[in-house]
Design a protein around this ligand. Sequence first.
Ligand code: FE2
Length: 310
Amino acid sequence: MRKNKDKKVNIDKTAKRKRLWILLGFVVVAVALYLKGGYISGYDIETTEYDIEFENLPEAFEGFKIVQISDVHNALFNTENFDLIRTVYKLKPDMIVLTGDMINYGTTRFKRLFPLVEQLEEICGVYYILGNHEQTMRVANMLLITEEMEKLGVKMLFNDTVRIERDNEAILLHGLCQYKKSYRDPYYSEESTYEFSLSDMEKMLGKSSDELVDVVLAHNPMYFDVYAEWGADLIFSGHIHGGHWRIPIIDKGIFSPNEELFPEYDGGEYIKNKAHMIVSRGLNNGMEFIPRLFNRPELVVVNLIGSPNS
Ligand SMILES: [Fe+2]
């Protein structure tokens, strides 16, 4: 009897030791991957650059460079965002667009956005649309952000259109502030309808231009068909965070904040008729306790190019 008890204690100890070694193995592999290249991502920014052709691009906008920053979610890229600012500065952009979720909705640390935006604005003009997180934060905090952006010279687009002018030529920049209920998100108190129609978009922005290039900032990429039908030439979007964890080799995102697996628009360029939609994987997710996997923080650059057929 005694012998059996001793044997059981020994088996328990061996199993425990085995589990410990397996756990240690995982930690070592994770740290090694992280140090090697941000596979468990990290703060190692990756820049993705696109050249996109437009038949009606004015000559003055040939090579016009737009940098897109999306879904920062309060993250800091080195002290006071030094790495992010330095990366943008080196790209020498003509315009910077912030496509929402620059902060987390429940945060008290949203003011860390201010010095970042102040320095971006010193590089070139900054245009900012809201993501679902800004739309969900306390109204008083949102008003503080709006006031500060105004002071810093950042143009916030709440279903607004601005003419971007160069040498007496222009393109149009539209900023969508979509209904909260058009997102599928369990944090919203109101019922999500997960709907956004062409008539919604026309109510918000009016009609697209027949002559000028229409650039649209829209946080949620799920309505690409609507943006294309409306007449957008170029759309900057985010929200999906690249699917949080990506499957290497096939490079496919797994999860979506819209509560679906393997989201259709998980990052990259999508084309429908004349519309090009760029979906940034974003710079962060706001979930430090669940790191991104095979999904480095992404900064997007788009160069506008005149079509040789025009
Ligand atoms: Fe986000």
